[in-house]
Design a protein. Structure first.
Length: 299
């Protein structure tokens, strides 16, 4: 992939910028801290990173990196903001820009680190398949790969150097970085969203313990216990789940068990996928619906 040419900083009207769906929402503390810094210095130290999509009158400016900066500028009443506007970039390139901007910050939780690191590895290896384990590292494309997209302008031309770079920047062992990536790879976007609301922030051990839980209905239960604070860790949640399951009276009802798994999976499924499922299974579902009355009983 050819790295886009670095643009010049320019002033862009804030009203023209689209934020789109962000991987990480802005935090109130982060915005207030940035506003205080701007108030002291009188300037914004770093420009926001924008992506231009389309041409001419149909061109759109979409935010890639700098969500907190943009929000701070809005609250300060600015009409324009310093920005770098990149053209002819791919979705993956834009994703890496956003990910690296977040990873360069210092206020990420363990959960956020795991999610961003796993996402970066996924995107980077899709852009540069030769960096995967067993890839062609002798090719000219690999040797000449530009490091503009390397983490914090470091040498991240493969996943090993990426892990080493993160370890050095964040004062952690390379092994810890690799474990964070492994933990993040086992988290769905819904898992991450639910865990972000947990009363106690999950630790790396929690995330690794959760990665070992393959049964979907157990994962749902464990995450729910963490979210509502009824269990303080994944290990404790698993013990609580096992205890409640063993304490249930009577033999295991396989129909109820199957229903619980199906119901929990349905609740975790995005609406578009639910609609696809209903369309696909309509011929099976319609006769069943005809036998159920308004009270939920059988007709």
């Amino acid at each position: 992939m050819t790295t886009p040419q670095t643009p010049q900083i320019q002033q862009i009207e804030i009203a023209q910028i689209e934020t789109g769906e962000r991987m990480r929402p802005v935090s109130e503390a982060g915005v207030e801290s940035l506003m205080a810094s701007i108030g002291e210095l009188g300037v914004m130290k770093d420009p926001v990173q924008l992506r231009r999509k389309g041409r001419g009158d149909k061109a759109r400016l979409i935010l890639m990196a700098g969500g907190h900066r943009l929000e701070a500028a809005k609250r300060l009443g600015w009409q324009t903001i310093p920005a770098l506007v990149w053209v002819d970039v791919t979705n993956d390139w834009a994703a890496l820009m956003e990910i690296d901007d977040n990873l360069s910050g210092s206020d990420l939780s363990t959960l956020e680190l795991a999610v961003f690191m796993a996402r970066r590895k996924e995107v980077y290896e899709r852009m540069y398949p030769q960096t995967k384990h067993g890839g062609d590292r002798k090719s000219e494309a690999y040797r000449n790969q530009n490091d503009t997209m390397s983490l914090w302008s470091g040498d991240a031309s493969d996943t090993m150097s990426f892990a080493s770079s993160v370890a050095e920047k964040r004062d952690m062992s390379k092994r810890s970085v690799e474990r964070l990536v492994a933990a993040g790879q086992h988290l769905s976007s819904r898992d991450a969203r639910e865990l972000s609301q947990a009363k106690t922030r999950p630790s790396l051990k929690d995330l690794l313990d959760l990665a070992k839980v393959e049964e979907e209905h157990i994962r749902v239960d464990v995450i729910d216990r963490l979210k509502h604070g009824t269990s303080k860790s994944v290990a404790a949640a698993l013990r609580d789940f096992k205890s409640s399951d063993e304490g249930s009276s009577g033999p295991v009802n396989l129909t109820d068990q199957a229903f619980r798994k199906l119901f929990e999976t349905w609740k975790r499924t995005p609406k578009p996928a639910q609609r696809m499922f209903v369309k696909e299974c309509f011929d099976d579902l319609y006769p069943m619906l005809a036998t159920i009355n308004a009270d939920g009983g059988e007709t």
